[in-house]
Design a protein around this ligand. Structure first.
Ligand code: 13P
Ligand code: SF4
Length: 365
């Protein structure tokens, strides 16, 4: 049954409470035909509807294992693309608001990465010497680039393992788009910092000399997450002065100094697990997105654990925040009416190459 899609305008002014009731009603009608995948940064009024929650690695694994006809991804654009690539051809990946992107993913484009590859070839043969590694927070065409050039995808929970995979094949790595995850993972492998250079895509030869490129082990793309760059070592110092017994845990998208001064580093899934497994009464300072931290604080408070947010200001992933109850209700009611809205489709050729890079990652981790 295909009808004219219901327009979003009618949902724009829908009260939150009413949106919740309509989401529940649509879900009841769709039953197992739709699965709702939610990233940990998702706002509480959407997260409560999740069938499956997780970090990027867990969600990409589970997207490929679901039997549902519709995979409704409450996350950001690259996550829905991964769901489309890894799911079966007849399954449909949907992003309730197409404006839910990732500002870090946008910091690397195929044109700029191809230019980088061309410029590197003036110094060395990149297809022989350099493994391209893209953080999962990137567009599908960059994953395809990695698939085509002997490269691989990584997430925040497997990056050091993926670097080992990469160095077993070629002597250098080009890591994009997140410099911080690349630097921290390289540091954990014992790579000296002067062998990790920054490639600035807006400068000729990335702003590097031929000698710097020849000496480098990791060429780090000049990208970062605008949420995680808000966390600063001074916030950790203040917390430690006030609570010397307190613990600090951060996401590896934080800058090097924050990672270095934290007691533990991990993906969103790891942060949740470590805090939940800690002893009752532990006090934590957490350097990752606010929705996750607030939810975690609430979930562990009955054990006397105190979870504090690292930054002094409110910092959410504003793009993920765009998936609100109104967009979710609109998406699901359209599915009930037989209309698919906001389908994410990666072109076939691109999906095939991107899948190679994603499967290399899933096999290696
Ligand atoms: P995780 O893989 O840890 O969930 O991180 C994804 C992300 O976008 C963090 O900013
Ligand atoms: Fe992208 Fe940062 Fe949002 Fe993660 S928190 S999805 S890296 S903008």
């Amino acid at each position: 049954m295909q009808t004219v899609p219901i327009q979003f305008d009618a949902f724009n002014t829908l009260a939150d409470k009413e949106a919740q009731v309509r989401i529940d009603a649509a879900r009841a009608q769709l039953g197992k035909r739709a699965v709702l995948l939610c990233h940990h940064y998702q706002r509480a009024d959407v997260y409560r509807h999740a069938d499956i929650t997780g970090d990027s690695l867990k969600l990409s694994r589970l997207a490929s294992q679901s039997d549902a006809e519709y995979i409704v991804f409450c996350g950001v654009h690259f996550m829905a693309e991964v769901a489309d690539i890894l799911s079966r051809p007849e399954q449909i990946a949907i992003l309730p608001d197409l404006a839910a992107g990732c500002s870090m993913a946008d910091m690397a484009s195929l044109a700029k990465v191809e230019r980088c590859w061309r410029e590197l070839s003036a110094v060395l043969d990149p297809d022989e010497k350099v493994t391209p590694v893209t953080y999962i927070n990137s567009a599908a065409d960059l994953k395809a680039f990695c698939g085509e050039h002997g490269g691989i995808v990584c997430t925040s929970s497997n990056a050091p393992k993926i670097l080992e995979w990469s160095f077993a094949r070629r002597e250098k790595v080009l890591f994009f788009p997140d410099q911080h995850l690349g630097r921290w993972s390289g540091h954990k492998m014992g790579i000296p910092h002067d062998q990790m250079v920054i490639w600035n895509p807006d400068l000729e030869m990335g702003g590097l000399t031929a000698e710097q490129i020849r000496n480098a082990k990791i060429i780090l793309w000049h990208g970062y997450c605008s949420v995680h760059q808000m966390f600063q070592p001074s916030q950790i110092a203040k917390f430690r002065a006030q609570y010397p017994e307190g613990k600090v845990i951060s996401h590896p998208e934080c800058c090097f100094e924050v990672c270095e001064q934290s007691d533990a580093i991990g993906s969103t899934e790891t942060i949740i697990r470590v805090v939940k497994e800690s002893a009752p009464g532990t006090r934590w300072l957490v350097g990752t997105e606010l929705n996750l931290v607030d939810r975690l604080a609430d979930e562990v408070k009955h054990e006397g654990k105190i979870v504090q947010f690292m930054a002094g200001t409110v910092c959410m992933c504003s793009t993920m925040q765009r998936i609100d109850p109104q967009h979710l209700a609109w998406t699901l009611e359209n599915l009930v009416a037989g209309n698919v809205v906001n389908q994410i489709t990666v072109p076939e050729h691109e999906a095939k190459l991107a899948k190679i890079a994603l499967e290399r990652m899933l096999d290696a981790s």
